[in-house]
Ligand binder design. Sequence first.
Ligand code: FRU
Length: 521
Amino acid sequence: LDYTEPYRPQYHFSPRKNWMNDPSGLLYHNGTYHLFFQYNPGGIEWGNMSWGHATSRDLNHWDERPVALLARGYPDTITEMYFTGSAVADVNNTSGFGVDGKVPLVAMYTSMYPVAQDLPSGKHVRAEQQSQSIAYSLDEGETWTTYDTENPVIHNPPSPYEAEFANFRDPFMFWHDDTQKWIAVTVAAAIHKLLIWSSDNLKEWSFASEFGPYNAVGGVWECANLFQMPIKGDPSTKKWVLVLGLNPGGPPGTVGSGTQYFIGDFDGATFNADPDNIYPDNKSANWMDFGPDFYAAASYNGLPDGVVVQIGWMNNWQYGELIPTNPWRSAMSVPRQLSLETVNEKVTLLQQPQQNWRTVADREALRRSWKSVPEGPTSLDSPGKAFKIDLSFSDHDSDDSLESTFAIAIRASSDFKQETLIGYNFTSKEVFVDRRNSGDVSFDKTFASLYRAPLSASADKRINLQVFVDWSSVEVLGGQGEVSLTAQIFPEESATEARLVSTDGMTQDVRLQINGMGSSH
Ligand code: FRU
């Protein structure tokens, strides 16, 4: 297999074949980054949900491993599917799963039971019930044993939410040092509630508290993720960040899935969002990403204190099963290192790609600067199909009646009828990704759209954009990473041109660097 099919991501993880959704069980252990993911071993649409597995030493080159948790009863009569969850290394063997000094890796996942049944543990589950179960591995995540004598370990949602048993899922667990306990956050998805649990041994869990609904409450809340980070320049102050998926109900201008976050505090029992992170009447939200294709983001367990690396599913439930790729569907975002910094007196979440670029950014295709780029198009040499762009230019004020923009067109045909535009609107002060003419947009009527994210200029009045282009995606980070926009694109293979476009006036002090990106396969 050479990973050269049309649209095949070159430096983003995608499974060799079949359907993939959420990253699950991101764990760094013994020098290996584990990536488990929602996987259909039998097709390129959602179904037979199992945990796929890949490993990496550098978050860049991935080695796809055998399926870790295969849907029970696959392929004939499925009695349990393994939905999204998380994994930890139980270094103190609190679970007792370790033998002969081997550290057990413990995963918690949502058991989705399509049919009512009596389980080996003696517990009864109803049709369509979702409960939380655990499994352990004593061979570095290669094979797993489900804890059938007790599963599910969190059988039902807590009182008074018992009726939510069919929408109770996505446990994200981690070690909470201050209270010396394991914490798991789950969701009662349909009523927009975060449900927090704690445990001494990963087997017995007690309900601690709830949070929500707040801010973005479209569709369901899914895939909660909670972690702690220091504030840059003020390392004694640490804050907690809660990330939640909304489906549907993403940022304005998107359709389908989206991801919001809250900054606040967590004491081992209760999460409280900072007052300035709760918006009146749920009218606004903090968006992790302003594009359509960043969902179910999860962070790594097992990294040094305060280091947070997240990976998102680079797709959207609106059209995820229709994207024109074969024999696989979906890729993961580039891993992103998160940090907190006080910007304009507000604690702000920043994202920076976390990868060992030198191993894939193999050549410098172009480095140029312009005192000013005139109005209209400015040609560039073809950068190809996979590359990284650093583009920076001066901000300027613009008359409200004009649409003054500066953009780079990429993955363009030679007549520029096909192109994806990534740029900045000086009038509205927004970064944008325009995929209206990006290639194949036919499979979903909402796909051909333009996406925007608010971004103000840096202290030296510049706009800085970092763009990661792969064979079927663009990820844009604006400023120092305070906004991100992720979007899939499906251009023709021959669409490899690029140019700059300045509208309603020239753009000053432009600096551009483009590095070709090689394959990480
Ligand atoms: C989110 C999600 C999760 C669920 C999983 C099932 O994308 O719906 O809530 O656990 O996908 O595959």
